[in-house]
Design a protein around this ligand. Structure first.
Ligand code: MV4
Length: 516
């Protein structure tokens, strides 16, 4: 087993990994940017190293600073969490070159399965169903038109290097292809530095269902059931659950075995997720693979009673999987809400700033993976996720009842959050019946937001200058809000001297607990 592990991340996932290390009695080293000096993961770690200013590229994305902190602390492994460098092959290679174990797949497997087209080719080779379309990048708009005619409309153009919907354009007919190709390609170039596109037939109202796979370094690999991730807002998952309400035993087995075939063919080891789209006829199609631990891993942990982070660490230390596929049993139902500091009344803009009062829920079946506390200032440099509320029940109805209660119990004042959105979704018939698909929330929000904000400009036939006045007023309000939250940030950022001194004793201090 490793003698000391550095967590190259922040927020709730850093706290999550720390908890696994505490239970395994492995000393844990945190890294933090100046904006995170007072963060929970810094408080809970045995040692903590400042690695730079708030900007991610000068802190959590800095390969050199993280590797040198690991060496300085005497760490022999690094857990990357998710986001930041978790799927960065260069970082995995830098760890190896520094003789530090990267807790995750090899750089080669990460590259092979992280590229959309390479993964699609691999899936196709192992007989996993992929959506009709092109397996190779498109050379021109003309080639895209020919491919769309062959696949059939509606079709969708996607970025080879993409993900999360960036550089994605649906095309309803031939006349839209050229413009969509141009726009998608330039968006992909800006977002990923690679403008290449491929095309697929567009599935209407599919579910987004993903399979958790876990492979050791001795050729053993299992799937740990599925997660339903269709409740998304603009390609950002909002609510995830396990098992999927649309699943059958044979579909689960078919998807799980396909996921394992794809991961194994790519030489994958450690925890990974294979994403699929499932249509109304319960046919499934490979979408992409995520070569990291996912935000939503807790719902899988709750229904399998496994600790995926501990298993990741054990696998990276060379241990064999302590179970086989027949030992994997799913029990009950788990649903997760991602709690964000964002303002639903201003288009879900981030709402960073000082949390005056934070009170997490509890009681039967409730798990809270969070990274904040009362008085903590949510920085505006990072993803505004505060944490996740997860409810487990013996069935989906009990999980929903418990999650409703947990959402109602949760308190976070001083910032805006999306708690109200969960309260509404969890009461919605479609959701309660499990009849959801990838665009469901986007459509529901546009219907409800019109109802909620009245959406005057759209409804009333205002004259042009009346609309101009409305827009000016809205912009004025928005900039005033931005100024206010910046002010809040300024105020929140100046901790009292004793707190700064208090932080200082945390930095580079000797391990809190006697070494073994
Ligand atoms: C699709 C699709 C339907 N048909 N591909 C979204 C981003 C990336 N994860 C792939 N995604 C999708 N690819 C085909 N051929 C539906 C999605 C999709 C989605 C699309 C629009 C709005 C929200 C979505 C949420 C999840 C998946």
């Amino acid at each position: 087993m490793f003698k000391k592990i550095l967590i190259a991340n922040r927020g709730e996932i850093a706290v999550r990994v720390l908890r696994a290390l505490r239970e395994m009695n492995v000393p844990a080293v945190a890294v933090f940017s100046e904006a995170d000096r007072a963060s929970l993961h810094v408080r809970l770690a045995d040692q903590a190293y400042a690695i730079g200013p708030a900007a991610s590229r000068e802190s959590y994305l800095s390969v050199d600073k993280i590797i040198s902190a690991a060496k300085k602390a005497g760490c022999d492994a690094i857990h990357p969490g998710y986001g930041f460098l978790a799927e960065n092959a260069a970082f995995a290679r830098a760890c190896k070159a520094a003789n530090i174990t990267f807790i995750g797949p090899t750089a080669e497997a990460m590259e092979r399965l992280g590229s959309k087209t390479a993964a699609r080719q691999l899936a196709s080779q192992v007989g996993a169903p992929t959506v009709t379309g092109t397996l190779d990048p498109l050379a021109s708009a003309d080639q895209a038109l020919a491919a769309a005619r062959k696949a059939g409309f509606p079709a969708v153009l996607k970025a080879v290097a993409g993900g999360g919907g960036k550089g994605m354009r649906t095309v309803g007919g031939e006349g839209e292809v050229a413009a969509a190709f141009r726009d998608a390609s330039s968006e992909a170039l800006n977002a990923f530095g690679d403008g290449r596109l491929f095309l697929e037939k567009y599935l209407l109202r599919p579910r987004h269902i993903e399979i958790q796979v876990l492979g050791d370094e001795h050729g053993n690999m299992v799937y740990l059931g599925e997660r339903e991730c269709s409740v998304q807002r603009r390609h950002q998952k909002v609510i995830e659950e396990a098992p999927s309400p649309g699943m059958t035993l044979e579909l689960r087995r078919a998807m799980g075995e396909a996921a394992v075939r794809i991961a194994r063919a790519g030489g994958y080891t450690n925890a990974g997720t294979v994403e699929f789209l499932v249509d109304a006829e319960r046919k499934f199609y490979f979408l992409e693979m995520n070569t990291r631990l996912q935000v939503e891993h807790p719902v899988t942990e709750m229904v399998t009673s496994l600790d995926l982070v501990k298993l990741q660490i054990r696998i990276a230390a060379g241990e064999k999987l302590p179970f086989t596929q027949k030992d994997v049993v799913l029990g009950g139902h788990a649903i997760e809400c991602r709690l964000y500091a964002e303002d639903p009344d201003s288009g879900f803009l981030p709402s960073p700033g000082k949390i005056r009062e934070y009170r997490a829920p509890g009681g039967p079946g409730i798990r809270v993976d969070d990274g904040v506390y009362s008085g903590f200032t949510v920085p505006n440099e990072y993803d505004p996720m505060l944490g996740k509320l997860i409810a487990w029940g013996s069935d989906r109805a009990e999980a929903i009842a418990r999650l409703r209660r947990a959402v109602a119990e949760t308190e976070a004042t001083g910032i805006k959050t999306n708690l109200g959105l969960f309260a509404q979704i969890l009461e919605t018939d479609d959701f309660v019946r499990g009849e959801i698909y990838t665009r469901w929330l986007d459509e529901w929000l546009s219907k409800n937001s019109e109802r909620r904000t009245g959406d005057l400009a759209a409804k009333a036939d205002l004259s042009l200058d009346q609309k101009a006045v409305l827009i000016a007023a809205a912009l004025g309000h928005l900039s005033q809000q931005t100024r206010a939250s910046e002010m809040q940030n300024q105020v929140g950022a100046t901790d009292s001297r004793w707190k700064i001194e208090g932080r200082r004793e945390l930095v580079d201090r000797e391990p809190r607990r006697p070494a073994k």
